[in-house]
Design a protein around this ligand. Structure first.
Ligand SMILES: [Zn+2]
Length: 451
């Protein structure tokens, strides 16, 4: 029987009328019309009869059990029964309400926990200090540039990532990330957006774009212009760090140009293609200037764009050819088949304060050839552990740059580092360890055949 009911009256007539009201035929229709049940006692119309039945009884649809508590769905009238979709499995109103209450309670508990944790984080961060004289060279240069980009907030207040856009032509976030990883800047929860933090499996996580950061004060001199002089007037000696910073900056300068050119021709490159392009540009920046690479990018995007109008091509397929075209163009330049030109900095793409600082301090800008930059920051030929043998530092740097970009693109960062560490522990040279990675993860090596 599809309808179950209970009558809260001892009168046999009442029990009978409720049974007749809900009685179904074998094919699932109601056995009698409501009008056929009238008159009942002094009740002469159907509406009043239904109301009376509701007063003295309850009824349930036995084919509609709540998914959660298993209770049958209550039905108050024939209409309600007819309107119920038979197949839809649902959670009953009471269970839904309970669930909402539970969720609300859990959210409130989480919010309280989060507030408590943030108070602790804020107090710890406020107490932290660093020694400005021990900050790494690349971090110091980013700070000097950031001070100019956010003046005066770096020394007197807080700043968010989107307020650092003047720092570099693109990828400003990655430079801020570097400061954060070096722990020279920390979060200020009180100044961050209300939804900047959330709890996940007991840990406090943040939405980085909504976090307010502040520069830690110097252990002795605090945080003021005088203390900042320790950073600003230092001598820069770590050539490896300076090289890396220049390459990061120069790649961002090239990628900003590529993005504008691609937008102009409605070409959209994928993340993987961009990682590959970054890696190619980084290698090329050891030789060429940013302005020369702008020329290459301009040429390549123009070629790809003309391809996109051809039959069998579309803009996505054309955009996918950009990394290969860059590689080919650079090879042709190397063989003297293309005369490389140098483009001027476009008005819409300022160098950013980091570019200004690199120019002021080292006289390098978009026109400086990569070869010159590299000779300005020479690396030692071998390290003291004798791990680098039989391979030039330039070649090694090229391999590592390539590997790390591919590893990030394929999400193999951890595997690659652990593999590398393991090989070095087993007394491999750096080159042997790198070769072993390329053999173990051939997908990382697919474009590496020219080594
Ligand atoms: Zn239920």
């Amino acid at each position: 029987m599809r309808i179950e009911f209970e009558v809260y009256s001892d009168s046999l007539a009442d029990r009978d009328i409720v049974a007749r009201y809900w009685a179904l035929t074998a094919d699932g229709k109601f056995a009698e019309n409501v009008t056929d049940l009238l008159p009942y006692a002094d009740i002469k119309n159907s509406q009043r009869l239904v109301k009376y039945i509701q007063e003295i009884s309850s009824a349930w649809d036995t084919e509609q059990a709540c998914l959660k508590c298993g209770k049958f769905a209550s039905i108050r009238s024939r209409n309600e029964f007819r309107l119920r979709p038979i197949t839809a499995a649902v959670v009953c109103g009471a269970c839904r309400k309970n669930k909402q209450l539970e969720e609300k309670r859990a959210a409130e508990e989480d919010a309280t926990k989060l507030r408590e944790r943030l108070v602790i984080i804020a107090a710890e961060n406020q107490k932290a200090t660093i020694d400005y004289s021990t900050i790494d060279d690349d971090i110091a240069l980013i700070l000097i540039a950031l001070e100019k980009a956010t003046s005066p907030r770096l020394l007197s207040g807080t700043f968010r990532r989107d307020e650092c856009r003047l720092l570099a032509p693109q990828n400003c976030d990655s430079f801020i990330q570097r400061l954060s990883a070096a722990k020279v800047i920390l979060d200020c929860p009180a100044k961050s957006a209300p939804d900047a933090y959330y709890l996940k499996e007991g840990s406090v996580l943040c939405r980085e774009s909504k976090v307010a950061y502040f520069l830690l004060p110097d252990r002795c001199k605090g945080k003021n212009e005088d203390a900042f002089e320790i950073i600003a007037s230092r001598e820069f000696r770590d050539h490896g760090a300076l090289r890396r910073l220049w390459l990061d900056y120069a790649v961002s300068d090239c990628m900003a140009y590529l993005r504008t050119q691609s937008n102009l021709h409605a070409l959209e490159t994928t993340n993987e293609a961009e990682a590959e392009i970054c890696s190619l540009l980084r290698t090329a920046l050891h030789t060429y200037s940013v302005a020369q690479l702008w020329f290459i990018l301009w040429k390549v995007v123009r070629d790809a764009s003309s391809l996109s109008t051809r039959i069998y091509y579309n803009s996505a397929r054309a955009a996918a050819t950009i990394p290969g075209k860059i590689k080919m163009a650079l090879e042709k330049v190397k063989k003297g088949q293309i005369a490389i030109k140098s483009w001027s900095r476009p008005d819409y793409q300022p160098a950013g304060t980091l570019g200004d600082v690199l120019c002021e301090r080292f006289g390098i800008d978009e026109k400086t050839a990569g070869r010159e930059v590299m000779s300005l920051f020479p690396l030692k030929e071998t390290n003291d552990g004798g791990l680098i043998e039989g391979v030039s530092v330039e070649k090694l740097e090229e391999m590592v740059c390539f590997l790390m970009h591919r590893a990030i693109a394929y999400n193999y960062e951890l595997d690659v580092i652990l593999h590398f560490a393991n090989r070095i522990r087993n007394r491999d040279t750096v080159e042997q360890a790198l070769d072993s990675i390329f053999t173990t993860y051939p997908q990382l090596a697919s474009k590496q055949s020219h080594w």
